[in-house]
Design a protein around this ligand. Structure first.
Ligand code: BGC
Length: 752
């Protein structure tokens, strides 16, 4: 460690004081522009040694959470040596202040640390998992939820969330499908923007806003066989038309940071991939925030077989445009040496350091490095009643009613309920995989508690029945007994929270353990009673069997801290379900990958004979999924009529309007997600059979009608063509406005 003299410490302090004053003055003059920050960064960098610059490019994990395979307990020493620019997994106003003090008071220049954390679907107040939130199709609600997450996280010293995860995912085996927005490019891009707006707000210098991070760049969701971290091979067409757009949306929304993906893509690991980071992200898209690696991803270049050792890996990563090293220790150990040996251009270090410092200036950390470490604010902010209320609402609107035969739902408070299943009283799994700092057990509301708000205790007959996993059937008899003495059966079942998320891939996507067997036994025991299956899980499951056994199925994902209340609100009809799937539920694993916007093939199945020989089909199951993208029932019914187009032929500079009337024809008021789909019939690159191009969530009182219209311009019809140009091609397009992706087109227009 270099010895610090009192004089150098003094210089640093004076310098930072001046920076702070300048910033305040500029604020007064309303001139806190990026240009001003750049000038400040330049003056600061003028004082920095190479080692101090490299230090900014290093991140270590504290011990507040373990989110990767290695720990390094020397971080306090490294901070004091000016060898650390950021920390993750440290939270609480006290803990972050404590470490910030080391950086500010014990290093020569006193450059404040950045504190990052996985604030993925809430911080303390946990919202439904991201796949569930997406199913609400409610951009305002998603933005509000991430705003609340930022409020809470920023109150405990966090400046930066490693979210949103914007990886398109079409393979339910992959555990991280739970963290994303589903299979659709258009919807995921819109949701990405909502998250970024929510986290970053309109002014990063406010204490309640945090940096967002678009991750994992890129292709992570396409891991072969759904196995986490696995190889990705994809053509340029798929990369550009499917996997890149949500990341581009994040850049367009001003996201400040990016994270690399663990996977290789077309033979080059993402963390050393110049093509995606330099050519696409920086040069093509003009991204000027900073890029952090995923956890130990630089080290992993060696195991990938791309770098001969960690020093080589360090060189490859920085040359690919990666700015900060999360947990590899690679930059700390080798970067300075590589520059001194002439192996790495010092300008690359300067650029990376500049970008990281810029983020710190934007956050106002040079004004006050402790501005996020306020214990009083922490106490006042966490679990505010309005946050909990918002989480309850999100849980309700994220739930998807997959099936509801003979109006099994909603429940009424007069009937006795057999409440069965390993998740009925659960307060731990309900938070989902990224429970962040949420209190598992303590704070969460179980479905049982939620139901207790509606029904008096005497009417609830509870039996656990079985565990989530394992083949124990010893609780079956008790469960059958309570089913027999009740009017209706509600079974709360699904996965354990850590059966999805990172490093949680499954080759079997059925409900685990003996749960389905229990449903079967109950069906046999009470053949004439209604069975309502309430599911908690982090991926599309194969529900083919349950679909034949249960009268109603409500998919609640992992609904979060207030999950029990939100779910009960839906079960009892206080909230009419309005969620729609953003990911396809297959009939079985053999259909995977299956998604609504697939290609037609040269031998599509004829509608009147799907089993025809020499056609693209299966011998054993239909091509169709069990529950399609966009599907989700309501307690009421909606009828679509009067589809109209403003023109049948449209020009390149015109706007085409499509409209339809939606009528609530059932017995309840309710929300409906109205979806616009287009099919570009011929392309220089074949186009998907359907593509979502717009949606609107509307509220209709029973009997009420509304006309919903969508404007389409050529921008909406663009795609990367055979020359990888983002363009639109003339020709015929089919178009429809529907409440699901499961329909046949009846209308078309021509673009001339
Ligand atoms: C995950 C990232 C996460 C990081 C930090 C990694 O293992 O892949 O998504 O942000 O850990 O916790």
């Amino acid at each position: 460690m270099k010895t610090l003299t009192k004089t150098t410490l003094f210089i640093g302090t004076i310098f930072l004081f001046l920076l702070g004053c300048n910033t305040s003055e500029n604020k007064k003059n309303n001139a806190t522009t990026e240009t001003v920050f750049h000038a400040k960064v330049d003056s600061l960098m003028g004082l920095m040694t190479l080692q101090e610059k490299v230090g900014q490019m290093v991140m270590y994990s504290g011990s507040g959470a373990i989110t990767g395979p290695t720990v390094n307990t020397n971080f306090r020493t490294y901070i004091k040596e000016a060898n650390v620019g950021a920390m993750l997994n440290v939270y609480s106003a006290k803990a972050t202040r404590d470490l910030q003090k080391l950086a500010v008071e014990e290093t020569r220049l006193g450059i404040p640390l950045l504190f990052g954390y996985d604030v993925i679907h809430g911080f303390k107040t946990i919202f439904p998992i991201n796949l569930g939130l997406a199913a609400s199709w409610d951009l305002d609600d998603i933005e509000k939820g991430s705003r609340i997450a930022a409020e809470e996280a920023s109150a405990v010293g966090i400046h930066w969330t490693f979210a949103p995860m914007v990886d398109i995912a079409r393979d339910p085996r992959w555990g991280r499908i739970s963290e994303g927005m589903g299979e659709d490019v258009y919807l995921a891009s819109k949701i990405t923007k909502a998250y970024v707006r929510g986290f970053q707000g309109d002014d990063l210098s406010k204490t309640n806003t945090i940096l967002a991070c678009a991750k994992h760049f890129v292709g992570y969701g396409a891991a072969q066989a759904g196995r986490d971290y696995h190889t990705v091979n994809m053509g340029e067409e798929e990369l550009r038309n499917v996997y890149l757009p949500p990341f581009k949306a994040a850049v367009d929304e001003g996201v400040e940071t990016f994270m690399t993906a663990f996977n290789e893509i077309n033979g080059v690991p993402a963390t050393a991939n110049k093509y995606i980071f330099k050519d696409i992200l920086r040069d093509e898209w003009g991204f000027n925030g900073f890029v952090v690696t995923d956890y130990t991803a630089i080290n992993e270049l060696v195991d990938h077989g791309f770098a001969k050792d960690e020093k080589h890996a360090t060189k490859l990563a920085i040359e690919a445009g990666i700015d900060q090293d999360m947990m590899s220790s690679a930059n700390r150990l080798y970067l300075e040496e590589l520059v001194n040996e002439g192996e790495v251009d010092v300008e690359l270090v300067n650029e990376a350091c500049r970008r990281i410092l810029l983020a710190k200036f934007k956050l106002g950390l040079f004004d006050d490095p402790y501005k996020y470490c306020d214990e009083q604010r922490e106490k006042e902010t966490i679990y505010k009643p309005e946050f909990l209320e918002a989480a309850r609402h999100s849980a309700a609107i994220s739930s998807v009613l997959l099936k509801n035969d003979d109006k099994a739902l909603p429940l009424t408070s007069e009937k006795t309920i057999a409440l069965i299943g390993p998740l009925a009283k659960d307060k731990e799994n309900i938070l989902g995989n990224w429970g962040a700092a949420g209190d598992r057990r303590g704070k969460a509301i179980s479905v049982h508690q939620g139901i207790q708000e509606y029904v008096n205790d005497a009417k609830i007959n509870y039996a656990k029945g079985c565990e989530i996993e394992g083949d124990d059937e010893s609780g079956f008899n008790e469960a059958i007994k309570v089913a027999k003495k009740s009017d209706i059966v509600v079974m709360v079942m699904g996965e354990d929270y850590d059966m999805s998320g990172e490093a949680a891939s499954r080759t079997n996507i059925k409900i685990p353990g003996s749960q389905t067997k229990l449903i079967k036994r109950i069906r046999e025991a009470v053949p004439n009673k209604k069975i309502v299956l309430v599911l908690m899980n982090g991926r599309p499951l194969d529900l083919s069997e349950e679909d034949t056994l249960a009268d109603a199925i409500l998919e609640t994902w992992f609904p979060g801290t207030m999950g029990g209340n939100g779910v009960a609100d839906v079960l009892f009809g206080k909230h009419n379900p309005s969620g729609k799937l953003t990911v396809t539920f297959p009939r079985n694993l053999g259909q995977v990958p299956i998604y609504y916007n697939m290609k037609n093939t040269g031998r599509p199945i004829p509608a009147n004979n799907p089993k025809e020989d020499y056609k693209s089909n299966y011998l054993d199951v239909p091509n169709t999924p069990l529950y399609p993208f966009g599907h989700g029932l309501s307690y009421t019914t909606f009828e679509y009529s009067n589809f109209k187009l403003s023109a049948e032929t449209t020009g390149f500079s015109d706007t085409l309007t499509a409209m339809a009337t939606i009528t609530n024809t059932g017995d309840y008021d309710g929300h409906e997600v109205v979806q616009l789909y287009v099919h570009d019939k011929v392309g220089s690159i074949t186009r998907p059979v359907k593509e979502l191009k717009g949606f609107e969530k509307i509220f209709l009182k029973k009997g009420e009608s509304k006309t919903v219209s969508f404007d389409l311009s050529v921008e909406d019809l663009k795609f990367y063509n055979s020359e990888m140009k983002f363009t639109v091609e003339p020709g015929e397009f089919e178009i429809a406005i529907k409440g699901t992706s499961d329909f046949d087109f009846e209308h078309a227009f021509t673009l001339e």
